[in-house]
Design a protein around this ligand. Structure first.
Ligand code: PEP
Ligand code: MG
Length: 571
């Protein structure tokens, strides 16, 4: 029967497909008994689900990497042990065979029994294991609801779940998921921002979906309006097809913007640079008419490998980025390993108590002088092939930039002496993403040739809100007066001192925020090529003079609602 749900549109786009429901770890199931003749089939269903979860846990263990790999690995091992606990299996079998409960209800009862045992223990450690039981039971429950537990992957399906982590989204899209619908979440969470750059339709806050949508239901999702329809009728399908046609028309229109300037309505040219991590990104940036590469994340050369890349390998990658942009500026960021980006070579520390506040970015580079010296040589050598500048991540103080500048100078002299052809000018800039750097900037801006504001980290550190924690979706947002004030001050200081300032965090790639950034004085954006044309369109629709006249009102907004009202007036 047709049923419609309304949530919030978090990433535009339309999808039509089967639902794949992923239940949260703990889910309410009411008492349900089965016929005696169904017992064997129900047991087989449960055992198939157990086998599927076992495989899932193993696969997750193998895929693990990153700063938290070790800790997460321990949890996964523990979950695999729980799954093999004979107590769990025998208890479940007995509940189905003797009491004739459904597998779902048996899981629920067994969960409560085990939880009661742990709750009764004196030791906090054992009491906290209830959470692990819930994870395992939740996974089993989800596997039961996938119908055929052997079916893996979600290609051509729409994921319906309680929340989705930013780290999952790219993989889901790669697997062929058409859209995601969540019962919780916010439009400005990191996941939402990422979904928009991936062009993956996302509806958040569709409160009742998990209670009413089942695996295999046919859904129509409108990620712009936030609508989800189960068992769509003729009128829904007609509307869906009309929206798809409109989507295609918009795409074609955007496509035409590839060769158009990024010029505001009142004739001011804004520079759009691309964030790039691979050759494909560089090629796409070039094809879309980006002004250059504003952020080349070199750490991606270091991930997923057991050995550090040597000077020649790094040189080849940086040189190819420069050649790929055919004379447009390429900004190579020095290594930003650490925190959520841990490598397998052991370079980034694995066991830091608080990795986001640990030895990452320039701190790690300066601590590992030989690694940094090799990277610097590779970058400087690449400067012989076209315009290139160097960007330093996670800068907190003047001293760090002094050390980097000295290394750059030494490297240039050494390479020249060795007979390499290198550029006469290699501008050196700093990422402004640590609040202390923003505050202390007047004291070291003289050493910088350009600035790039990393809003992903700046927001995280200003608001003490983990950028990867979806539960903080509402707090982790640029729509906070403190974030706007810092952005404004850094941009204005750069302008007064004649130093180009870009924003290279995700905020720059979200067309929704373009008027806000323009009002604060920004003239350089660096963003993933995936949303470059949308941002170009938003800038072409903006009246810069009018926006800047309204900057005072924006900076006077006292809370998120006030900032959102300001944005709504610009729309
Ligand atoms: C940022 O922090 O905004 C940024 C662009 O760097 P990264 O996301 O790589 O930390
Ligand atoms: Mg950063």
């Amino acid at each position: 029967m047709r049923r419609a749900f309304v949530g919030h549109g978090a990433s535009r786009g339309n999808a039509l497909g089967h639902a794949r429901v992923r239940l949260p770890a703990v889910f309410d199931v009411s008492e349900e008994r089965i016929a005696a003749s169904a017992v064997e089939a129900e047991l087989a269903r449960l055992h198939a689900a157990m086998a599927a979860v076992r495989t899932e846990l193993l696969a997750a263990r193998e895929r693990l990497q990153g700063a938290l790999a070790h800790e997460i690995g321990e949890f996964l091992d523990l979950h695999a042990l729980l799954l093999d606990d004979p107590e769990l299996l025998q208890g479940l079998d007995a509940l189905i065979r003797q009491e004739r409960y459904s597998a779902d209800y048996a899981l629920r009862l067994q969960r409560n029994r085990l939880a009661a045992v742990f709750e009764g223990m004196d030791d906090d450690y054992f009491r906290s294991r209830i959470e692990d039981i819930d994870h395992v039971i939740g996974r089993l429950h989800a596997a039961l609801h996938r119908g055929d537990a052997a079916v893996r992957g979600t290609a051509g399906e729409i994921l319906v779940t309680d929340s989705v982590a930013p780290s999952e989204l790219a993989q889901l899209q790669e697997e062929g998921v058409l859209a995601v619908v969540t019962s919780g979440g916010s439009q400005l969470s990191h996941s939402a921002i990422l979904a928009r750059s991936l062009h993956l339709p996302l509806v958040v806050g569709a409160a009742d979906v998990l209670q009413h949508i089942n695996d295999g239901d046919v859904l129509v999702v409108d990620g712009g309006a936030g609508h989800v329809v189960v068992a769509p009728g003729a009128a829904d399908l007609r509307a869906y097809r009309a929206r798809k046609r409109e989507e295609k028309r918009e795409r074609q229109q955007l496509h035409r913007l590839r060769r158009e300037p990024t010029r505001t309505l009142d004739g001011v040219d804004i520079r759009l640079y691309a964030n790039a991590e691979s050759r494909q990104d560089v090629a796409e940036a070039h094809a879309l008419g980006a002004a250059g590469v504003g952020l080349y994340r070199t750490e991606f050369l270091f991930l997923q490998r057991d050995r550090l890349p040597d000077e020649d390998e790094q040189f080849a990658a940086y040189r190819d980025a420069v050649l790929g942009m055919t004379g447009r500026m390429v900004t190579i960021r020095t290594l930003d390993l650490g925190a959520d980006k841990a490598d397998r070579t052991g370079l980034a520390l694995q066991r830091e108590p608080n990795p986001a506040l640990g030895c990452r970015g320039v701190r790690l580079s300066l601590a590992r002088g030989e690694v940094f010296a090799t990277q610097m040589r590779a970058i400087v050598r690449a400067s012989g092939y076209g315009p290139l500048r160097i960007l330093v991540p996670m800068v907190a103080r003047r001293e760090e930039m002094q050390r980097v500048a000295a290394l750059l100078q030494r490297t240039r002299e050494a390479l020249r002496a060795e007979g390499h052809e290198i550029a006469d000018e290699i501008p050196l800039g700093a990422m402004i993403e640590v609040p202390a750097a923003a505050l202390a900037l007047p004291g070291f801006i003289d050493m910088l040739d350009f600035l790039s504001i990393g809003t992903n980290d700046l927001i995280q550190y200003l608001l003490a809100a983990d950028r990867d924690n979806d539960a903080l979706g509402d707090l982790y947002s640029p729509l906070h007066p403190a974030v706007l004030r810092v952005l404004h001050e850094v941009i204005q200081l750069g302008r007064r001192r004649g130093k180009p300032v870009a924003v290279c965090g995700e905020v720059a790639g979200d067309a929704l925020f373009a008027p806000l950034l323009l009002a604060l004085g920004l003239e350089e954006f660096s963003l993933h090529p995936g949303t470059l044309l949308e941002v170009r369109q938003a800038i072409r629709n903006a009246d810069l003079g009018a926006l800047r006249r309204r900057a005072g009102a924006l900076l006077r907004a006292r809370d998120r609602a006030g900032i959102e009202r300001w944005m709504a007036r610009c729309a």
